[in-house]
Write a new protein. Structure first.
Lengths: 265, 270
């Protein structure tokens, strides 16, 4: 390929990337701008204000929902990571046919529609006599999070060769030692990404929470849904901005911290 | 130590919270309120208003899936070609919106599309006639594409990254042009990614009630809205479960399709 053709190709690619970026970020940018707009109109700039932010932070509803969202995301991701990682190791050692069946079941909550998963769990909680509330949201989130952990740990497990584990055993390590010194470091990236994925899925979930929450408890998603249906308030834009910035900072840290470690080691 | 036992807690958990709940949906879907067996709930899908909602859902989600695939594939190819060092940051930028709350993303489009929204504001500033953008099927498709695009990009990108550069170079050395390389190398090797991307977009799009509620107004009912209303407003759980069963048939069909293609994909890929 000639140099001009290559340059032309690169420009075309950059143009495509830019177009998609605009599509992805224009709505978010709009919300950030509107969150500082003192006019409630969406088309007129009434001057800079941070009153929507103070309004948001002083709203007990929003703060409670935020707390619920974070605590459920953390607890469900943690529980799902523990159960899921153990399960992945167990499943990896199964024979072909039981493994196929278990992985099929694992795929159900991922492939099934959230609305069906949500409704089915609601019916089950009512049938089991568990009252709908914080605990049912947590159980539901753990349930749909485990498969994500399994599916991110599984490929790493498949990559670890069994002989390194056996070598460690031959050299006198106990099975637990061999696991934590040999296998675990290899699958750790999968475990961590599984945890992060589970955490995000939980943060982002609306549909399953919508069906499994009882009256009186809200996560951010369910709160936003009920607020938006009553008409958009600018404090929702402030909330979006705060969430966006938080996610951005967290992801930047998590994306660039491991690199430093690698360089120093 | 038997490592298989480590899967025990998981199996118990899944039995309690996946298998039994699904069995309950089947039970509710096939019984009437007193508890006698009936097919009426499932058959009610043929009622005109339900059938209309189902076909609309199928149509809109198919269109959205195709648009997502057409947008995501070139994007994934470009991202892959941008080298490893840079790429992690570029990829990061493209999946960042996925980490935003789903409802806030939809809210953003509502803000843009509304009657006195941002786009109409810009149009009137340019002295152009205002458009009715919201509460149309187009707005729903836009919302679906926007929300689910990263779910298409990620699996395709991951699969493309696994393709060995040598395979592509070999094809080039053997005289294949871009067209041939694409259809003989790229596409067959990326089938597993495409399939998982398609399901990750199609299933949520088919069953959504949030996007249609926020961007389609109350007039456009998708099958998801019909089911949701049975459980929250109508409180006819039996009818809602019956319709969910119909929906599950479509999901099972797509799962069967995936199982078939995934095998082929693995067979040719490895």
């Amino acid at each position: 390929m000639t140099k001009t053709a290559q340059l032309f190709k690169k420009i075309r690619q950059d143009f495509y990337l830019a177009a998609i970026l605009i599509f992805l970020y224009a709505p978010i940018a709009t919300m950030i701008v509107l969150s500082f707009n003192s006019s409630k109109s969406r088309t007129r700039w009434g001057g800079f204000t941070i009153s929507w932010y103070t309004q948001m932070f002083s709203s007990r509803n929003i703060m409670e929902a935020l707390y619920n969202t974070l605590i459920i995301a953390f607890l469900s991701a943690l529980a799902a990571t523990l159960i899921g990682t153990a399960a992945a190791i167990g499943i990896n050692r199964m024979r072909r046919i039981p493994q196929g069946i278990v992985m099929g079941i694992t795929n159900i909550p991922m492939l099934n529609a959230d609305i069906v998963t949500g409704i089915s769990m609601m019916l089950a909680f009512i049938a089991f006599g568990i009252s709908l509330g914080f605990q049912t949201i947590l159980i539901a989130h753990i349930t749909f999070n485990i498969p994500y952990v399994i599916l991110s740990v599984m490929p790493k497990l498949k990559q670890t060769s069994r002989s390194t584990f056996e070598a460690a055993m031959d050299l006198g390590a106990s099975p637990l030692q061999a696991f934590f010194r040999v296998i675990f470091p290899d699958i750790l990236p999968g475990v961590l990404s599984g945890f992060l994925l589970a955490f995000t899925m939980s943060l982002d979930d609306f549909i399953i929470t919508h069906f499994t929450r009882g009256a009186g408890i809200n996560t951010l998603s369910t709160l936003i849904y009920s607020e938006v249906r009553r008409g958009i308030k600018p404090s929702m834009y402030a909330l979006s901005t705060v969430i966006f910035i938080t996610v951005l900072v967290l992801l930047l840290i998590s994306n660039f911290a491991p690199k430093k470690q690698r360089r120093s080691s | 130590m038997n490592k298989k036992l480590l899967a025990g807690p998981y199996l118990i958990w899944m039995a309690g919270f996946i298998i039994i709940p699904l069995a309950l949906i089947v039970y509710y879907g096939l019984t009437d309120p007193p508890g006698a067996f009936t097919l009426a709930n499932v058959a009610s899908i043929s009622a005109p208003e339900h059938l209309k909602a189902l076909f609309l859902s199928l149509g809109l989600s198919l269109i959205s899936t195709v648009i997502c695939l057409l947008l995501a594939y070139p994007l994934a190819m470009i991202l892959r070609s941008r080298g490893v060092g840079d790429a992690s940051f570029i990829v990061f930028i493209f999946i960042l919106p996925m980490w935003m709350n789903f409802l806030l993303r939809t809210l953003a489009w509502q803000t843009l599309l509304e009657k006195n929204g941002v786009i109409n504001g810009i149009l009137s500033f340019l002295c152009l006639p205002s458009q009715s953008l919201i509460n149309t099927p187009g707005a729903i498709i836009l919302g679906m594409v926007y929300n689910f695009l990263p779910f298409m990009v990620l699996p395709i990108y991951n699969v493309l990254c696994k393709i060995d550069d040598n395979t592509i170079n070999a094809a080039r050395d053997l005289g294949a042009n871009f067209h041939q390389t694409f259809f003989r190398i790229w596409l067959p090797l990326s089938v597993p990614g495409i399939i998982s991307g398609v399901t990750m977009v199609f299933v949520p799009a088919l069953t959504t009630f949030v996007i249609s509620n926020l961007l389609g107004g109350s007039k456009i009912l998708l099958i998801g809205n019909v089911i949701e209303q049975e459980f929250t407003k109508g409180s006819n759980w039996h009818l809602g479960s019956g319709l969910s069963l119909v929906l599950m048939v479509f999901i099972l069909l797509s799962m069967a399709l995936i199982a078939r293609y995934d095998k082929n994909g693995e067979g040719s890929g490895f």
